[in-house]
Write a protein that binds this ligand. Sequence first.
Ligand SMILES: NC(=O)c1ccc[n+]([C@@H]2O[C@H](COP(=O)([O-])OP(=O)(O)OC[C@H]3O[C@@H](n4cnc5c(N)ncnc54)[C@H](OP(=O)(O)O)[C@@H]3O)[C@@H](O)[C@H]2O)c1
Length: 300
Amino acid sequence: MKAVRFGRFGGPEVLEIVDLPEPHAGAGEVRVAVRAAGVNPSDWKKRRGLMDPELPQTLGYEAAGVVDELGEGVSDVAVGDRVFGFSTGGAAQAEFAVLAYYAPVPPSLGFAEAAAIPAALETATRALDQLGVGSGATLLVNGASGSVGSAAVQLAVARGARVIGTAGPANHEYLRELGAEAVAYGEGMAGRVRALAPDGVDLALDVAGSGVLPELVQLAGGAENVLTVADFAGSQEHGVRFSRGDAGRAVHALGEVGALVEAGRFALPVARTFPLADVADAHRAGESGGARGKLVLVVG
Ligand SMILES: NC(=O)c1ccc[n+]([C@@H]2O[C@H](COP(=O)([O-])OP(=O)(O)OC[C@H]3O[C@@H](n4cnc5c(N)ncnc54)[C@H](OP(=O)(O)O)[C@@H]3O)[C@@H](O)[C@H]2O)c1
C-alpha cells in the first residue's frame, strides 16, 4: 500500500510516497481503507527532527475511512462502516490504517471533515479536562482561532463556560460565531482581557505557544490555573502544566462529539484538501500559516 514516509530530516522535499506492507488490526482495533487523513503541526515538527529521533518515520495521527478488517473482540462496528479515529503507531497517511480508538463518523460529515476532528478534539478535551473547565468558569484561550483552539472554544462553551479567546483580527468574527469574546493577541493583550474581565479569568489555556505564560498566570491568579499544549520551555520556566497525549489521551471525546456535531454545536473547518501524493504541498501550506482550518489529505 502507498504511505507517507521520510527517511531523513529536512524540508518538505524529504517526504516520500512509499510502498509499505498492509497493516492488520490487532485485538480491539479496526483496519480502515483510509479516505482522508488529517495533517497537523506536529507532522512538520517530526519531519524537521524536533520530536522523535528514529528514522524512517511514517506520519498521521488521525483518519476517517471505511472499516475493512475487524480485530479480535470488536463488535461495536462492522465491515463497511464509516469510522474516524486515531491510528496505531502514527501511520494514518496511507491507503490502509489500523485505528486503536474509533467512533462512527457523524452522519452529516464527509470523510475529510471527519478526519479533521480527532487530534484537535482530543487535545482540546484533554486540556479542558485537566484544567477542570466546567459550567460558570471564565476561560481564556490563547490561540483560539486555530484547530485546537477553536475546538477548545466550542467544547468549553458546550460545558457552560464563558470563553475569551485571542486571535488575529481577521478571526474575531469567527470566534464570536463560536460563542467566544474575541481579543487581539500581541502587545497589550492582558489589558484587553481585563477590559472584558476586570477580576481576571478563572482558567487559561495556551494553544499558541506564543510566550505569554507570565501574562496568563497573572490573569488566572496562579500557575495552577494555566495549562499549555504548545510551550514546553515556557511551562518549565513558569511552573505551568504542559499537557501531552502520550501521558493519557482523552479518547472518550470521539464517541461524544457526534451529538454536538449533529446539534450544530461543533465543527472544524477544512481549509484545504490535498491528494496523498501532494503531502509536501500540504506541509508547505501549513508551515506558511494563515489558513483557517485543517489541512487534510484525501486518499483514493
Ligand atoms: N501537546 C499536545 O498534545 C498537542 C496536540 C496537538 C497540537 N499541539 C500543538 O498546538 C499548537 C496549535 O495546533 P493547531 O493544530 O491548533 O494549529 P493551527 O490550526 O495552525 O493554529 C495556529 C493558531 O495560532 C494562532 N496564532 C499565531 N500567532 C499567535 C500569537 N502570537 N498569539 C496567539 N495566537 C496566535 C493563529 O491565529 P490567527 O490565525 O488568528 O492569527 C492560528 O489560529 C501547535 O503548536 C501544535 O503542535 C499540541
